[in-house]
Ligand binder design. Structure first.
Ligand SMILES: Nc1ncnc2c1ncn2[C@@H]1O[C@H](COP(=O)(O)OP(=O)(O)OP(=O)(O)O)[C@@H](O)[C@H]1O
Ligand SMILES: [Mg+2]
Length: 465
């Protein structure tokens, strides 16, 4: 693209051209309107003056006859001024007046009222002038012409014309100046955006677009883009976290898996030993797959809602379903399950995720709350309640609970407490619950149930559309 082509394509140039065009149209229209009106006013004034003069002459004629008119015109013709007079006989011969030359056919056009004609003065001063005149027929076949020079009007027209040219020139100047400043400002900001994005593309995700604080379109754009960058950075950090976790926490079981197979191969060949090694391998692989799935699910939840992820959900229904699902497991463990759902609470939520979170908490209570062979029976209560505009979901057990110092920690990925080392699990259950709560813009608390643990989830009730 040529340099000129580049300039013409810029927004600044296009805007300047549009401004220039709009302003020019207004300026020209304004000046034309002004000149047309002033012209009309001047013309009306001229006509008035001429008519007044004719009325005066007619007055004189009525009292003093033709002679009086002749005398007045003779007299006025010799006083300098813009008024013009002429009296001719029937044949057009000039009898008196201060005009020496008028168009030959003027007197035939006498019926036309006020007309504009070229004329020459008595004084023979050279270039011809224009006048507005009225021709009248006097008794006896004489012609009388009364008029006024319109030089003033022409001069005024010239002034308006010059003003118009100046106005357009000024507008062109202003358009150029505005183009210069707009392009400098706009292009500078766009350049800064380009520089920042290049920096970001080069890998520095912490960079943000400049916000000048003027609140203009660029600021708003920069703010939106910065919010987007913030989100992308956050997601990437999470992704990095997940891959770090995978690296750390999946490496151990994978290594264990490999070593077991190696040991089986290195040992004396025996069907029995191979079979046992393969069975253990499958078991370990299943755990790995579960962990992978849990990790992926958390990552997906944290990435935000996919389309159609939310629907109208009755919280009580979800709780009752989960309780029903876990009834057999609880029974096997000798645990007592109870759902307390006094009122239906409907909110816009993701039913599967809510169910998964409750299931994880229930699973934890069954698995971790009481050690095998404890003398008191395990009792787990799931409840829903409405507090203000919040849905409060609680899972409470009467087990050993989680020490206060560990309550924030257990929500993190792969964190399991020492006492749970013997149970199966990867330490991702509560991380998933945490992610589900965050997905619904809610809050989660772990408290002492005296005895036991109570997990409280508070979700804002978003009414379904
Ligand atoms: N109801 C509970 N009572 C006592 N301790 C609990 C309870 N729930 C969770 N914990 C403790 O918190 C830890 C983290 O729980 P989390 O659900 O995240 O992992 P997990 O249950 O060990 O494994 P996973 O859920 O992945 O199978 C558990 O290992 C356990 O020590
Ligand atoms: Mg768990």
């Amino acid at each position: 693209m040529t340099a000129l082509g580049k300039v013409v394509r810029t927004t600044a140039f296009k805007l300047s051209v549009i401004y220039f065009a709009v302003f020019s149209i207004f300026a020209v229209a304004f000046v034309l309107y002004l000149s047309w009106n002033t012209n009309a006013l001047l013309e009306a004034q001229l006509k008035d003056t001429i008519e007044a003069e004719i009325r005066g002459l007619a007055e004189q004629g009525r009292s003093g006859g033709l002679a009086a008119i002749f005398q007045i015109i003779e007299q006025r013709s010799h006083t300098p001024g813009a008024s013009l007079y002429l009296i001719t006989d029937v044949n057009g011969r000039i009898l008196t007046g201060n005009i020496s030359q008028v168009p030959a056919d003027l007197f035939e056009r006498s019926g036309m009222g006020m007309v504009t004609v070229p004329y020459e003065r008595n004084l023979g001063e050279g270039p011809r002038h224009f006048a507005m005149v009225q021709v009248l027929r006097l008794p006896g076949g004489f012609w009388m012409l009364v008029g006024r020079d319109i030089g003033e009007r022409e001069e005024f027209r010239a002034i308006i014309g010059r003003a118009l040219i100046w106005a357009v020139a000024l507008l062109i100047g202003l358009a150029l100046v505005s183009w210069f400043f707009v392009s400098r400002r706009v292009l500078k900001r766009i350049d800064s955006v380009a520089v920042t994005s290049r920096g970001i593309m080069a890998g520095d995700l912490s960079r943000r677009l400049e916000v000048t604080g003027t609140g203009d379109e660029f600021d708003r754009l920069a703010n939106s883009l910065n919010a987007m960058l913030e989100r992308i950075e956050h997601l990437l950090l999470q992704l990095r976290d997940v891959s770090d976790n995978i690296a750390h926490d999946l490496k151990t079981p994978l290594t264990r898996l490999r070593n077991r197979v190696e040991a089986a191969l290195a040992g004396p060949p025996s069907d029995e030993a191979y079979r046992a090694a393969l069975a253990a391998t499958i078991e370990e692989s299943d755990r790995l797959i579960q962990t992978f799935n849990a990790l992926l699910m958390i990552a997906r939840i944290e990435a935000g809602p996919p389309d159609g992820a939310l629907s109208a959900v009755d919280a009580g229904g979800v709780v009752r379903d989960v309780v029903e699902l876990y009834e057999p497991v609880a029974e096997e463990k000798g645990a007592e399950l109870e759902a307390v759902t006094p009122e239906p609470i409907t909110l816009q939520a993701n039913r599967e995720l809510l169910g998964q979170a409750l299931a994880n908490l229930l699973d934890n209570a069954i698995k971790h709350a009481l050690p095998d062979g404890a003398e008191r029976p395990l009792r787990i209560v799931l409840s829903t309640a409405r507090e203000g505009n919040e849905l409060v979901l609680r899972v409470a057990d009467n087990g050993v609970g989680v020490p206060e110092a560990d309550r924030a920690r257990v929500l993190q990925r792969f964190v399991r407490l020492e006492k749970s080392r013997s149970t199966a699990g990867s330490g991702l259950g509560l991380s998933l619950v945490n992610a589900v709560v965050a997905f619904h813009n809610g809050k989660i608390e772990l408290d002492d149930n005296d005895p036991g643990l109570v997990v409280t989830m508070r979700l804002p009730i978003v009414t379904p559309p």
